[in-house]
Ligand binder design. Structure first.
Ligand code: BG6
Length: 466
């Protein structure tokens, strides 16, 4: 036996990628609502408001907002112990800076959590998953300290409202994406320079730390984690120059968990800021806030691994894929060009556990693939089962052999949802197929893929039967 008996098996989604109902019950527009659909070769566009005739996948998505009871019943059928989901900030504070919260939005999530709890499913809630109320652009979103206060007020509202219903929280999804995808991370322009991105990241660190402290004061049972976007890279060769270049890349990412897990900026980052003339918008008392708001656990996404070396001058996100200038000849890739590296998952679990000795959680993992519905309605997805099986097997080794403390595993898009990187529906991750296409057309019927029955068995046997 390797996984603890209360291991949190489940699945994960995010509001803007599944809920749809983008203006229902008083919800305000957010940064995801102005992103058009793209594909593996076409970047998503960010438009100035909603433009008639353009395709915005978040507006309809899979209509989880109305189908949540049916969807949660299917999660329960698979035996989920937890459901990672996000609250849409704009459903609670439609403009982000409203004096009072929107009761209809609060009520909706009450119903969602009640539905989960009915089946003994523990909600695991991300407070900010790639969406910021659009109205906060007028403040410069996260570049402005005022937005920290707005976010903290939102956290206070939901912590109080759902106290007793929600125990596990995550503050910012893939917080390190402020370095590569600042719009998704917090409504910051893609053209923003490093000073601007580091200012916004600083404010998110402060906001997260304040939220952690507040949750603990309200209810010591609440556990608040950070969420790292799983970028891990290997050095291209054993040439020390490649190794140092890789180390440099990794530190550009690892300083995020360093701050959130240790409660202060690491020396290497402060030195880098000094050299580059980057300043942090620090106020009196901020050092204490960061220290007092260290996270209880570290969660992260893991899909692929990368390679870096001397040629990695910078790195970019191209149509949802990371580009470092290198590829890995030892690893196969998905149809979207992501490497498949199960052993890298064990490697990353060890890296984090050694670095912080904090409990870990894999809150995203999975294979985005094209699925085919057969004439009889069945969906055979052995490629997805293989991918997940191999990753779970490596995760198990990390627990069993390496002694990593792992709290749970929530594969991404447990039900098909819109892709964040490309805005497509056809890049599917789910155990549950949803009949809706890239244009938002379809019956919205849900059906079980082969992987649904496989994952049910995995949970039933606590990961013994893969
Ligand atoms: C993570 C995000 O980066 O990867 C999710 O937290 C996203 O929101 C997931 O959906 C998978 O990426 P994609 O681009 O295939 O949807």
């Amino acid at each position: 036996m390797s996984f603890s008996k209360d291991f949190l098996w489940g699945g994960a989604t995010a509001a803007n990628q599944c809920e749809g109902a983008y203006l229902d019950d008083g919800k305000g527009l957010n940064t995801a609502d102005v992103m058009t659909a793209g594909d593996a070769k076409t970047e998503r566009q960010i438009t100035d408001g909603v433009i008639e005739g353009k395709n915005y996948p978040s507006h309809v998505a899979i209509d989880h907002y109305h189908y949540f009871k049916e969807d949660i019943a299917l999660f329960a059928e698979m035996g989920f112990k937890t459901y990672r989901m996000s609250i849409s900030w704009g459903r609670i504070f439609p403009n982000g800076d409203d004096a009072e919260p929107n009761e209809a939005g609060l009520k909706h999530y009450d119903e969602v959590f009640d539905e989960c709890l009915k089946y003994g499913i523990e909600p695991l809630v991300t407070l900010s998953h790639y969406e910021t109320p659009l109205n906060l652009l007028k403040y410069g979103t996260w570049t402005n300290r005022k937005v920290v206060d707005f976010f903290v007020k939102y956290c206070e509202t939901v912590f109080n409202r759902y106290n007793g219903k929600v125990k596990y929280w995550l503050t910012f999804n893939e917080i390190n994406s402020m370095s590569m995808s600042p719009w998704m991370a917090g409504g910051v322009s893609l053209d923003a320079d490093e000073q601007t991105r580091m200012t916004a990241a600083y404010h998110q660190f402060i906001a997260s730390a304040k939220a952690v402290k507040m949750a603990h004061e309200l209810n010591p049972e609440m556990k608040v984690g950070m969420m790292y976007g799983g970028l891990f890279s290997y050095a291209n060769t054993c040439d020390p120059k490649d190794v140092m270049a890789n180390d440099k890349f990794m530190k550009e990412m690892l300083f995020y968990p360093d701050v959130q897990c240790r409660g202060y900026y690491p020396a290497y980052k402060l030195k880098e800021f000094e050299r580059k003339g980057i300043t942090l918008p620090k106020l009196d008392g901020d050092d204490e806030i960061l220290l007092e708001g260290k996270v209880d656990f570290l969660s992260y996404s893991y899909y692929f691994s990368m390679v870096c070396g001397q040629e990695t001058k910078g790195f970019s996100v191209d149509c949802g894929s990371m580009n470092t200038g290198y590829s890995n000849p030892y690893l196969p890739t998905t149809d979207w060009g992501w490497t498949i590296d199960p052993m890298g998952l064990r490697y990353s679990l060890n890296l984090f556990y050694d670095r912080y000795q904090l409990p870990l959680m894999i809150v995203e993992n999975g294979l985005g693939a094209y699925d085919k519905v057969e004439d009889d309605g069945s969906i055979h997805d052995p490629y997805r089962i293989d991918y997940l099986r191999e990753h779970i097997a490596e995760m198990k080794k990390a627990v069993e052999i390496d002694g990593v403390e792992l709290l749970g595993y929530t594969p991404w898009g447990c039900i098909d949802i819109v892709s964040a990187g490309t805005g497509e529906m056809k890049k599917r991750y789910g155990f549950i197929y949803v009949d809706v296409d890239d244009e938002g057309n379809g019956t919205f019927n849900r059906s079980r893929k082969d992987s649904f029955y496989w994952y049910k068995k995995v949970i039933e046997t606590n990961g013994e039967n893969l």
